[in-house]
Design a protein around this ligand. Structure first.
Ligand code: GFB
Length: 321
């Protein structure tokens, strides 16, 4: 199938990457280095995006052409359930402030990033974009999901009411260089890489896995996500959000085996069934994005090796080994 035409070239644009220091923001800056554009960033002390006045002042002074909303308070299953107020408040405010400031300062295109947890807990698999708001959310991450749904709908409403070219992408579970390795707030891949690495270093026989190991997750390398986001900015303009994923999922037990191979850990796993499983399955249907002509490139084994290499390089700062 032929690739959809470029309708919004990024060359020559001033592009504000919010959350530039995070895993997604860093990947976006690596990807945008291949585009002849100007990348704008703001540290939290320059503009705390949870504060409306600071956000509007920054936009007034800098007037970006394009805004990518990658800033968010994020975390894995435990952080989502233990810090619900932060996950709801921070993400609601960031979305509201950045979208409104983008509109007021005349940004020509905005890309909002959601998350696959916006979909109902028991969505038919693979999950299509139409599954949104068709059933109850997964309780462990409903706070984050509600903020992301509200932000996405605000962008869509601005598109309808003011004609803004605001679009949204829904990435599946992400991993890669720059991930969070703090075990209280990390997602499963960095958690398993760190725990398995430490077990190997200490000669432990077992690594603890949270939950039953049965939930299934789809994982996308963050460099593939960044590539998809640039593709969406250039090729897509419509109200409906677009799923971004790898196309296949694995069980957490299968993932643990792959991580053990990556790290070279020969021991076994112990399942902590007092810890939550979360959504039983979360595989995105990416037919829409594939039909526009985009393809992911980095498979899970290759991606795990890359993430582990980054972890090894940075492990002194990340974790006391
Ligand atoms: O990556 P994770 O925290 O996110 O957990 P979710 C995925 C699965 O891995 C769950 C299991 O079934 C966990 O119980 N797991 C096993 C572990 N061992 C571990 C471990 O050591 N650490 C972690 N973190 N998990 C998040 C949402 O849900 O997905 C966020 O909470 C966000 O809001 C993100 O949407 C994409 O996929 O369960």
């Amino acid at each position: 199938m032929a690739e959809a035409p470029v309708t919004f070239p990024l060359a020559g644009r001033r592009i504000f990457v919010t959350g530039h220091g995070g895993m997604v923001g860093s990947a976006l800056r690596r990807r945008l280095a291949r585009v002849d554009c100007e990348i704008l960033t703001a540290t939290r002390s320059e503009a705390d995006l949870r504060r409306q006045a600071e956000t509007e002042a920054w936009f007034e002074a800098n007037r970006p052409d394009v805004v990518i909303l990658a800033a968010a308070t994020v975390g894995g299953i435990l952080a989502n359930s233990t810090r619900p107020a932060e996950f709801l408040y921070d993400n609601m405010m960031i979305a509201g402030n950045v979208l409104e400031a983008s509109r007021r300062s005349g940004a020509k295109k905005v890309l909002f990033l959601g998350s696959s947890c916006i979909y109902p807990r028991l969505s038919p698999q693979p999950i299509t974009e139409e599954a949104l708001l068709t059933g109850p959310l997964e309780p462990t991450n409903e706070w984050y999901a509600l903020a992301k749904i509200a932000g996405m709908k605000l962008g869509a409403a601005m598109r309808r009411q003011y004609g803004c070219d605001f679009v949204a992408a829904q990435p599946t579970n992400l991993y890669g260089p720059g991930d969070t390795y703090d075990l209280e707030s990390s997602h499963v891949i960095p958690a398993l890489l760190a725990k398995t690495h430490l077990a190997k270093v200490h000669g432990d026989k077992e690594v603890e896995i949270w939950g039953t190991g049965k939930p299934r997750r789809e994982f996308l390398h963050v460099d593939d996500l960044a590539d998809a986001l640039i593709f969406i900015l250039e090729h897509y303009s419509a109200e409906l959000h677009l799923n971004v994923g790898w196309g296949e999922d694995v069980s957490i037990a299968e993932l643990a085996g792959m991580v053990a191979e990556t790290v070279g850990f020969k021991g076994g796993f112990r399942y902590a069934t007092d810890k939550p499983d979360g959504m039983p399955r979360k595989l995105l249907d990416t037919t829409r994005l594939l039909n526009l002509g985009w393809r992911p490139k980095i498979g899970l084994r290759e991606g795990l090796a890359d993430a582990y290499q980054w972890f090894r390089k940075n492990s002194d700062q990340l974790i006391a080994s």
